[in-house]
Ligand binder design. Structure first.
Ligand code: DAH
Length: 357
């Protein structure tokens, strides 16, 4: 009695599966492939030996061998995928750029993460001061129509006060009808319009944001700068409320060492109006280049809402009154941190910027 050529098939298959599982790399697998499933494999040798069998036995053995081959081929493909995936992951890991470190020669130097700019953190601190006083924070567009930036603020076309704001015009619509806002005051108008439309008076809000003027930068001015606007519309508001808010703000933000004062001034949208100044912190009031030898630095303007402005937005001036103010955020930062020249804020000198992390 002859033994079947497939007598050892189960063990031989197990051996092949063990060989496959032991491949450690795609190269090793590729090199060994002819010996596992190819022409030089035991499976091919067995296949050839089936020729000597009777037809019926050959058919059975053929099917058995075919099953074993499928098992081995499936295992081989699975291992090939596994190894390929591992190789890809390894390549990715090798290529990974660690942005936390810069390698200088053989030394790895941590570069750390950045931090908010001085202006951004100042804006947040100012918001905090006003939020603590019960104000909400709002914002508005940087590109405005002439109506919001000027007319609704009681500055009609050709009004001489327009000269106070050297304006960048945007080429949209009729010439000189769309502007980059020259101050945050137009946001007051949006806010009051919304409050009227939604029946949401009174309003106590501050509105920080970026502004633009065709100014030549100098120690106290930038062409792109930031203001924080304040607006209160309520019943029975007086100038004493305005003075109290400004005094509280000055103490909270600058501390007790900085003196402030209000000086009579003119703004078309407030009556009476005042300029808000603090002692120059560069020279402590002695007079220097930063304050043009006056000893004072203007932080912004303020005043009681002009009835013409209330009328422009449809608020009844007999029932409601209010005040507004607009301070330079960059100026506040400049005075609090004794920065002699405001242009330092935009020069990107990391030795300067790092001081405010
Ligand atoms: N918008 C004015 C400016 O940029 C500052 C200002 C003055 C704002 C008086 C006000 C205000 O709200 O009442 O020159």
């Amino acid at each position: 009695m002859t033994t079947s050529p497939l007598a050892q098939l189960a063990e031989q298959t197990d051996e092949l599966l063990a060989t496959i599982a032991a491949f450690e790399s795609l190269d090793a697998l590729r090199d060994a492939e002819p010996f596992v499933v190819g022409k030089r494999s035991i499976l091919s040798t067995l296949q050839k030996s089936l020729g000597a069998l009777e037809p019926e036995a050959r058919r059975d053995a053929g099917a058995q061998l075919q099953g074993a081959r499928r098992t081995v081929e499936t295992a081989l493909e699975a291992r090939r995928h596994e190894l390929a995936r591992a190789a890809r992951a390894q390549a990715l890991e090798a290529d990974r750029l660690d942005l936390g470190d810069v390698v200088v020669g053989a030394v790895s130097v941590p570069i750390g993460v950045g931090h908010s700019s001085l202006v951004a953190s100042t804006q947040r601190q100012l918001e905090d001061v006003f939020v603590a006083m019960g104000f909400t924070v709002s914002d508005g567009p940087e590109v405005e129509s002439d109506w919001y930036n000027f007319e609704a603020l009681n500055i009609p076309p050709a009004h001489p006060a327009r000269g106070l704001w050297d304006t960048f015009y945007v080429e949209l619509g009729e010439p000189e009808t769309v502007v980059l806002r020259t101050h945050t005051s137009p946001t007051q108008i949006h806010l009051m319009e919304n409050a009227v439309a939604t029946n949401a008076l009174p309003v106590h809000s501050v509105m920080p944001g970026r502004c633009y003027r065709r100014d030549t930068p100098d120690a106290r001015h930038l062409a792109t700068f930031h203001q924080i606007e304040g607006l209160v519309v309520d019943r029975g508001i007086t100038f004493a409320d305005l003075a109290g808010v400004i005094e509280t703000f000055t103490r909270a933000y600058f501390g007790p060492d900085v003196e402030s004062r209000l000086r009579p001034a003119y703004f078309p949208f407030t009556e009476p109006s005042a300029e808000f100044e603090v002692t120059c912190t560069i020279c402590r009031g002695e007079g220097c280049r930063t304050c043009s030898n006056t000893g004072w630095i203007e932080l912004g303007g303020c005043g009681m809402l002009d009835p013409a402005v209330l009328e422009a937005v449809g608020i009844d001036g007999d029932e409601w009154s209010g005040f507004a103010f607009g301070f330079g955020i960059d100026r506040c930062a400049q005075m609090r941190h004794q920065i002699a020249d405001m242009r330092a804020l935009i020069e990107n000198d990391v030795r300067f910027l790092r001081q405010f992390s």
